[in-house]
Design a binder for this molecule. Structure first.
Ligand SMILES: [Zn+2]
Length: 209
């Protein structure tokens, strides 16, 4: 089971290109990636399939409703080497530079421990997410030449409340690529993710931790 999270939506357009907005491109990419993953036998759910903008908590709750789901948040950067892709996993270290996707925490009034734990629900999965992020990034390095070979750990708001392996993926870039070129990356992206998840499963089955 894979939960694809097209970031932004609605009044939150995300990064803007000349005639395109990140929120629209990530939705197109998610749809192609979904088709590619489904062809490989994965069950795929999307946190949005229209121009809505579910909250971070709503998106995490959707993923947390499934057992053994893998959560992948999709972004298009406004910078970076054209046609490269980077993968991020959650870091709770306060010193790391936040990803563009890392927004302010919930504006809800502070109250109890349950909110604190919800905000750090990803913590027990940090190692698993990092392993998945590296596997995905290894596939991206081959599918999208010029991409880095390892992932990065940064605070990502979209990941912090997910109770399972969770990564954010960022494609470059909305300022250099046409929307067609960006949306065409959806299929190779989905295939690369499928290969990475298979490698994760095989490592798990072999007892590699
Ligand atoms: Zn974004």
């Amino acid at each position: 089971m894979v939960v694809l999270d097209p970031a932004h939506g609605g009044t939150d357009a995300g990064a803007r290109g000349e005639a395109v907005a990140e929120k629209d491109i990530v939705l197109q990419i998610a749809r192609s990636a979904r088709a590619a993953l489904e062809r490989q036998g994965y069950h795929v759910v999307m946190t949005r399939n229209d121009d809505s903008n579910p909250s971070y908590d709503d998106r995490a709750a959707m993923a947390n409703g499934y057992r053994d789901a893998i959560f992948i948040s999709l972004h298009v950067a406004s910078t970076g080497t054209p046609r490269t892709v980077r993968t991020y996993s959650m870091s709770f270290a306060a010193s790391a530079a936040p990803l563009e996707a890392a927004g302010a925490t919930s504006a809800r009034p502070a109250s109890p421990v349950t909110l604190v734990s919800w905000a750090e629900a990803q913590r027990p999965y940090v190692a698993a997410s990092h392993r998945l992020a590296d596997l995905i990034q290894g596939e991206f390095a081959q599918a999208f030449a010029g991409s880095p070979s390892i992932s990065e750990s940064v605070p990502v708001r979209a990941l912090r409340s997910v109770t399972g392996p969770a990564v954010a993926v960022e494609i470059s870039s909305i300022s250099t690529e046409t929307s067609d070129a960006l949306t065409a990356s959806g299929e190779p992206l989905g295939n690369a993710i499928a290969r990475a998840i298979m490698a994760l499963r095989q490592a798990g089955a072999a007892g590699v931790k």
